[in-house]
Design a protein around this ligand. Structure first.
Ligand SMILES: Nc1ncnc2c1ncn2[C@@H]1O[C@H](COP(=O)(O)OP(=O)(O)OP(=O)(O)O)[C@@H](O)[C@H]1O
Length: 279
């Protein structure tokens, strides 16, 4: 089988537990490569032989029933699981060709390259301005006040929040509405110019209008960043994601471009889940 045929084959019928391969053309450059990833919390295995290629400057959605390992997988990408006791990880997670779990990998630098936005907006108890500039200062990306001002404005503009907050930058981040707080958290994440942004159910605590605003934002941000998002909302996955991975009991059952997966799922379990027959 030629490389092209193999990638078409993999793209139409990905085998659970098998590496998913695709063409890496100009639109599909590899960001993250995961091979045979297994993770245990104590004796309990939460991820089983996960294999996936995640592409730069696309939105990839992780879907699946509660407890199937989506958040656990997300945390493998910036080594947040290291912070949980009794976690054991085996397998390869490579970002831009570098092993994320290598002993010489600097975790602080890794987390700068891989930002994270959580389900519940969690601004620091600081001003709007300081929320955005905190990490860039910590990483010595800015020093002069003018540089900081410029960076704050750019991050807030990119997060679609500038017009709403430009006259109250010294007010607490927590004084904003839930949807605005979430955009502030996105501004905070992008202020250090990461490569990847992980989003763990970023809209599940938000009203429909704030949700639509964040979805539009994801569409814009993917021009600059690789976005991986967990969602329980199938319509949201269909709207925002270029690729979707369906997790079930710690395994990836199916991974494909979103249009194909939703229109023509290769596996019955995927079909049952996305059509709401269980989950
Ligand atoms: N800190 C932890 N310690 C022990 N077990 C955990 C921990 N976090 C998650 N688990 C277990 O790992 C499995 C996967 O959980 P995870 O939170 O990754 O699933 P999920 O798909 O993100 O779920 P949800 O959609 O409900 O957020 C579950 O059985 C869960 O109980």
């Amino acid at each position: 089988m030629s490389g092209h045929e193999r990638s078409r084959h993999a793209s139409s019928r990905p085998e659970p537990g098998q590496p998913v391969t695709r063409n890496t053309d100009a639109n599909h450059e590899l960001s993250i490569r995961v091979r045979d990833l297994n993770l245990w919390y104590g004796q309990s295995q939460a991820l089983k032989n996960v294999n996936i290629d995640i592409y730069q400057k696309n939105v990839t959605a992780l879907i699946g029933p509660s407890g199937c390992g989506k958040s656990t997988f997300l945390r493998c990408l910036n080594r947040m699981n290291d912070l949980i006791p009794n976690v054991r990880v085996e397998g390869l997670v490579e970002m831009d060709g570098r092993d994320v779990n290598a002993p010489k990998m600097d975790e602080v630098a890794l987390r700068r390259r891989v930002g994270m936005v959580f389900q519940k907006p969690n601004p620091f108890p600081k001003s709007i301005y300081d929320n955005v500039v905190y990490a860039p200062r910590m990483h010595d990306l800015v020093s002069r006040k003018a540089e900081q001002d410029e960076l704050v404005e750019k991050a807030l503009r990119d997060a679609g929040l500038w017009e709403e907050v430009k006259d109250k930058l010294q007010e607490p981040g927590t004084s904003l509405s839930g949807g605005q707080q979430q955009r502030l958290c996105i501004a905070r994440a992008i202020a250090v110019q990461p490569d990847v942004i992980l989003m763990d159910e970023p809209t599940s605590a938000l009203d429909p209008i704030s949700t639509a605003t964040i979805e539009d934002l994801m569409d814009k941000l993917k021009q600059q960043f690789t976005i991986i998002t967990v969602t329980h909302n199938m319509q949201q996955a269909a709207r925002v994601a270029d690729y979707t991975a369906f997790f079930h009991l710690g395994e990836i059952i199916e991974y494909n471009d979103t249009k194909t997966m939703f229109a023509n799922p290769a596996v019955k379990k995927t079909e049952d889940y996305i059509t709401g027959r269980y989950g």
